[in-house]
Unconditional design. Structure first.
Length: 169
């Protein structure tokens, strides 16, 4: 069996990354695998199983049940709530919403800076609930999401840790 075929079968079955194949002369041992990467959930975030109640504060406190394993954007759209979205991988802020109560995990988001996260913004296309939550959705919830960087530039503590640089005196 060709290596490419073995690799494709192994990835389909095990969902693993295939490491470099090591063989001894005259003996095919096949590919070696790494364990699948587990998503990191902050401590106390629950096990992401079951359903949670989402209350939409700026939609007459409408309540819906969502699956904890699915992104909130998908669940809300399945319930007929039409929301804007762009990338669907957490790289833009088109689907941002304000979390006013509860807790979500959104490890994959890369678009929000610390200021936006501190104001309670989440990215619906990657956020998953870990408790019952209350959201403000739509553009009317974006009152503090955007700001003019020329009139009010970000301070170092508002940047993400990996791009913030200490101020030199």
């Amino acid at each position: 069996m060709r290596r490419a075929t073995r690799v494709a079968i192994a990835q389909a079955i095990f969902g693993c990354d295939v490491l470099a194949e090591k063989t001894r002369p005259g003996r095919d041992q096949g590919p070696r695998f790494t364990a699948p990467k587990r998503s990191r959930v902050k401590p106390g975030a629950g096990d992401l199983m079951g359903t949670f109640k989402v209350t939409l504060a700026n939609r007459d406190n409408a309540q819906i049940e969502v699956d904890a394993r699915r992104p909130l954007l998908d669940s809300l759209r399945d319930h007929g709530i039409d929301l804007p979205y762009g990338c669907q991988y957490g790289g833009c802020i088109t689907c941002a919403a304000k979390l006013t109560a509860g807790e979500v995990t959104q490890n994959r988001q890369v678009a929000l800076n610390n200021r936006q996260i501190n104001y309670g913004y989440i990215i619906l296309c990657v956020a998953r609930p870990v408790t019952d939550i209350t959201l403000e959705i739509g553009v009317e919830s974006h009152d503090k999401l955007y700001r003019n960087p020329f009139l009010d530039p970000l301070k170092a503590h508002e940047l993400k840790a990996d791009i913030a640089t200490p101020q030199e005196d």
